[in-house]
Design a protein around this ligand. Structure first.
Ligand code: PEP
Length: 253
């Protein structure tokens, strides 16, 4: 089953106007220069830059995503942003359940699931993040934890067309540490099995499962050539045009 690889940048809480737009323009120019890229590209800047980045990406095959959304379409939720607001300004994706949101904002699987349903209803594609902590890994619970996160945070409305899963071991995010390629493949294959039980084999075989956690140009080929790895969610290395594009090029894009 051919799944088009997704190379996604999560800028997190980084980027003022000048450097954010320079980054977006640099990525847009490089992706245009690829002609017909073999991968799909996505950038997820902070809310404050979404509209301006959208303009900077004009004409380039780079999708725009946000890093979170509320589950309501409007109303009394001070400081929150709704899925409809995101589609309104040209987003096609939203990241949900990133481990930093699970940790910093106490987001539960149920809440993430609620957000995903609402995002799908608004026409957004979701990148739903899962991953174990170091403690969970050391006590042999990785697959169990990831399976529970999939079962709890991926809604019944998820299809291969509207959902991407990102497996991001919490201990590998921003640390420079990574699992072995075999570990990553084992988790991705197990996640696909759980998806198959939950959403059916057809959806599971077509759904992209990204790896995230200290992906850089030097390890991209190793991870992205694994059979069940369908792209990368990249944090730190997505903030430099050369690194982001080198990851893409080393992954066969
Ligand atoms: C992330 O937070 O999504 C991530 C993978 O970060 P980094 O690439 O910096 O580890």
């Amino acid at each position: 089953m051919a799944r088009k690889k997704l190379i996604a940048g999560n800028w997190k809480m980084n980027g003022l106007t000048a450097d954010g737009l320079a980054l977006a323009k640099g990525i847009a120019a490089e992706v245009k220069a690829l002609g017909k890229p073999q991968c799909e590209f996505l950038v997820c800047p902070p809310f404050t830059l979404l509209s301006a980045v959208k303009k900077s990406l004009r004409g380039a095959k780079v999708a725009l995503g946000a890093q979170d959304c509320h589950y309501d379409s409007k109303g009394a939720h001070t400081g929150d942003v709704s899925p409809l607001m995101l589609t309104d300004i040209g987003c096609s994706y939203v990241i949900l359940g990133h481990s930093e949101r699970r940790a910093d904002h106490g987001e539960s699987n149920e809440l993430i699931c609620k957000k995903a349903i609402s995002a799908h209803q608004a026409g957004l594609k979701t990148v739903i993040c899962i991953g174990e902590t170091l403690e969970e890994r050391d006590s042999g619970q990785t697959i169990d934890v990831c399976s529970k996160q999939i079962l709890g945070s991926v809604p019944e409305s998820a299809t291969a067309a509207n959902t991407v899963i990102a497996y991001e071991p919490v201990w590998a995010i921003g640390t420079g540490k990574t699992p072995t390629a075999q570990d990553v493949e084992d988790v991705h294959a197990a996640v696909r099995k759980v998806l198959s039980k939950k959403l059916g084999k057809g959806n599971a075989n077509k759904m992209r499962i990204l790896y995230g956690g200290s992906v850089k140009p030097s390890n991209a080929r190793e991870f992205l050539s694994l059979p069940d790895v369908d792209g990368a969610l990249i944090g730190g290395a997505s903030l430099k045009v050369e690194d982001f594009m080198a990851i893409a090029k080393n992954s066969g894009c």
